[in-house]
Design a protein around this ligand. Structure first.
Ligand code: GTP
Ligand code: ZN
Length: 339
């Protein structure tokens, strides 16, 4: 009884808060409209969302190095870091975003209720970082690759801590050759060597990248080396009263001194361990694609099914047995998650 009453009360409060929010946004929009008509905003210009805090955005201008605190016209959907926008300057370092350009792609993460929410957009490559220590294993790499394939953003494999590799290369080199044979670019890095980041710098130039990977592989160390100026990492939002609750969780876009851009947040770094469905997993193994649709049965589960084109390809040596085993393991883990 009391439980129900409470929930109705909560619902009423939520509705009230939402109504107030909508009213505030509408008021702000009318003010914007007045200002726009009064010519208080400059001409439309392209920009990019560097960070966002609710409906306040930090937007970089494509004509200067400055960033501007902008708000969003109420008729626009929410934006994410990396979005390309059209905005107008309002003087005093502020502005208004009036339109969003089409997104090339978007990275999504489940929110607290398990619903997928966009966290960043317009990313050119996902750098999957793994290391000699903690030892990389194929199944985890495959999981990240599958998650990357599902977004349509090309993945790049980054083997960090190459200073710890045995002279003859060991099993890890063998493993990397397998991925290279599939067409994935592989680069090696070390934060312990002067020239350890050369290949990485080349990869990052001219692109927007994100780093993902297991804890301890060296993502923070790599980013520290790429953004040596601490001010670059922390940003300039100290005057924002909402800072404390948002800066650590929302994604932020950084300009790399050597060229290129990096979008980073704790949520993005953990990307890849999110939920995938069985079809995404199957299509995420890129070498399987040519065989899909050729199984005898349309609903083939690619297990012991007769006439399975995938198991036949494994037998002919056209699919690596370890990749196939890895595929099975990822599917089994999904069944487990659903239970
Ligand atoms: N030998 C060696 N150690 C490294 C290298 N890069 C990072 N490390 C060390 O590896 C450890 C983990 O590095 P982090 O940068 O904290 O790793 P991370 O991926 O950011 O980890 P989380 O913050 O937990 O996600 C630290 O002790 C680093 O000093 C490297 O190239 N070579
Ligand atoms: Zn099959």
């Amino acid at each position: 009884m009391s439980k129900r009453k409470l929930s109705r009360q909560q619902r009423w409060r939520i509705e009230k808060i939402q109504a107030e929010r909508a009213e505030r946004a509408a008021r702000r929009d009318t003010q914007d409209q007045d200002k726009l008509e009064a010519g208080e905003y400059g001409p439309e210009q392209p920009g990019r969302v560097i960070a966002h805090f609710g409906r306040t955005l930090e937007v970089s201008s494509s004509t200067s190095d400055r960033t501007y605190r902008c708000h969003l016209r109420a008729n626009l959907d929410s934006l994410v870091t990396g979005d390309r926008v059209v905005w107008r300057e309002g003087g005093d370092g502020s502005g208004v975003v009036v339109a969003r350009s089409e997104r090339d792609n978007v990275l999504e993460r489940p929110d607290a209720r398990g619903q997928l929410k966009p966290v960043a957009a317009n990313i050119d490559q996902i750098l999957i970082v793994f290391a000699v220590e903690p030892a990389a294993y194929a199944n985890l790499i495959d999981r990240y690759l599958v998650a990357a394939e599902a977004t349509g953003i090309p993945p790049v494999l980054v083997l960090n801590k190459s200073d710890l590799l045995p002279a003859e290369g060991g099993e890890l080199r063998e493993l990397l050759r397998r991925y290279e044979a599939l067409g994935y670019p592989v680069i090696t890095t070390s934060t312990q060597r002067i020239d350890g980041l050369d290949a990485l710098h080349r990869r990052l130039t001219g692109c927007t990248s994100v780093f993902v990977g297991q804890s301890g592989v060296g993502k923070s160390s790599l980013i520290d080396r790429l953004l040596p100026d601490e001010a670059l990492r922390i940003g300039d939002l100290s005057s924002d009263s909402r800072k404390g609750t948002h800066t650590t969780t929302t994604a932020r876009l950084y300009r790399l001194p050597a060229g290129g851009e990096l979008i980073d947040s704790p949520g993005i770094r953990e990307f890849g361990l999110t939920h995938l469905d069985a079809r995404q997993v199957t299509e995420g193994f890129i070498e399987f694609r040519q065989f899909l649709g050729h199984c005898r049965f349309r609903d083939c589960r690619h297990r012991a099914d007769p006439g399975c084109a995938l198991t036949a390809a494994v037998e002919r040596g056209e699919i690596h047995p370890e990749r196939f085993a890895s595929y099975r393991r990822i599917l089994d883990s999904l069944d487990h998650e659903l239970r």
